[in-house]
Design a protein around this ligand. Structure first.
Ligand SMILES: NC(=O)c1ccc[n+]([C@@H]2O[C@H](COP(=O)([O-])OP(=O)(O)OC[C@H]3O[C@@H](n4cnc5c(N)ncnc54)[C@H](O)[C@@H]3O)[C@@H](O)[C@H]2O)c1
Length: 252
């Protein structure tokens, strides 16, 4: 039996998920497929991606989000296989785990910025025409609580995730008039492979780790809401909602 089961309000829609081979992306794929959404998984992890695609009766496309042509090919796969695109979850991302001192490495820096920021920029650029062709749709980019707090343990991650939130806050009002909602998902630490290097520190300090299902719940809440340009926090023990930024002082 596959996860593609019953008709729900989203049944028949088509979703593209970058970073869909593992963790949060794979869990969102399973939840969406359970609601009758057709899913395209785009990832550099071919084995993992094909496994999830089989499970959800979806499609896998090898895609490095640093390459604009790969994002375009992923969108084309959705159109060719399922007839269009209604939802893009731009979720591929990596942690960095180095500072700007002796451990700084420009190549690792460029890689992290490229996956976490360029990947979202190229993804949005690639999906917009397909969403317009359907009369609108949703883009959800995975940022992080690292975008909304200070991350001294990973400053490059803090910078690239803040860039994603800045991008989404700008794109929200830009595309809402054409029926395309752009929002950001900002999880705290969640139970996936990405937290491997800091797991023991989190456990030592007793910092609660989110079950991935809570992150998926927040993702679905974004789809069910009607705002755009919002950054939804996902924090243990609290219902998720858009973070309310303080107004900045304007000119007098
Ligand atoms: N788990 C957490 O604690 C947490 C917290 C906040 C934000 N996030 C963000 O959530 C997103 C998903 O991460 P996760 O926690 O599921 O981790 P994960 O490592 O399980 O999944 C990340 C996925 O991205 C894919 N990926 C990496 N580089 C890629 C590339 N160049 N092109 C395409 N795919 C690529 C990986 O193969 C993997 O499938 C990331 O953007 C991450 O920064 C995670």
């Amino acid at each position: 039996m596959t996860a593609f089961q019953e008709a729900g309000p989203r049944a028949g829609k088509v979703a593209l998920i970058t970073g869909g081979a593992n963790g949060i992306g794979a869990a969102v794929a399973r939840r969406l497929a359970g609601e009758g959404v057709r899913v395209v998984l785009a990832d550099v992890d071919e084995d993992g991606g094909r496994k999830v695609a089989d499970e959800v009766d979806g499609e896998f496309v090898l895609c490095d989000v640093r390459e604009p042509g790969d994002s375009a090919r992923a969108v084309q796969t959705a159109v060719d296989r399922f007839g269009g695109l209604d939802l893009a979850f731009l979720n591929a991302g990596v942690a960095s785990g180095f500072g700007l001192g002796d451990d700084f490495d420009p190549d690792r820096y460029r890689r992290a910025m490229s996956i976490n920021v360029d990947g979202v920029v190229y993804g949005v650029h690639a999906v917009l025409p397909a969403l317009r062709a359907r009369g609108g749709g949703d883009i959800v980019a995975t940022a992080s609580m690292a975008a909304l707090t200070s991350t001294p343990f990973d400053p490059v991650y803090g910078a690239n995730k803040a860039a994603v939130v800045g991008l989404v806050r700008a794109l929200g009002p830009a595309h809402q008039p054409e029926g395309i909602r752009v929002n950001a998902l900002c999880p705290s630490f969640a139970e996936t492979d990405i937290i491997g290097p800091i797991r023991s520190e989190l456990e030592r300090t007793g910092f609660p780790i989110l079950p991935v299902s809570h992150v998926v719940d927040a993702f679905m809440a974004i789809l069910d809401a009607d705002g755009a340009g919002d950054a939804w926090y996902v924090v243990p023990g609290r219902p998720s909602e858009p973070f309310r930024f303080r107004g900045v002082p304007g000119p007098r």
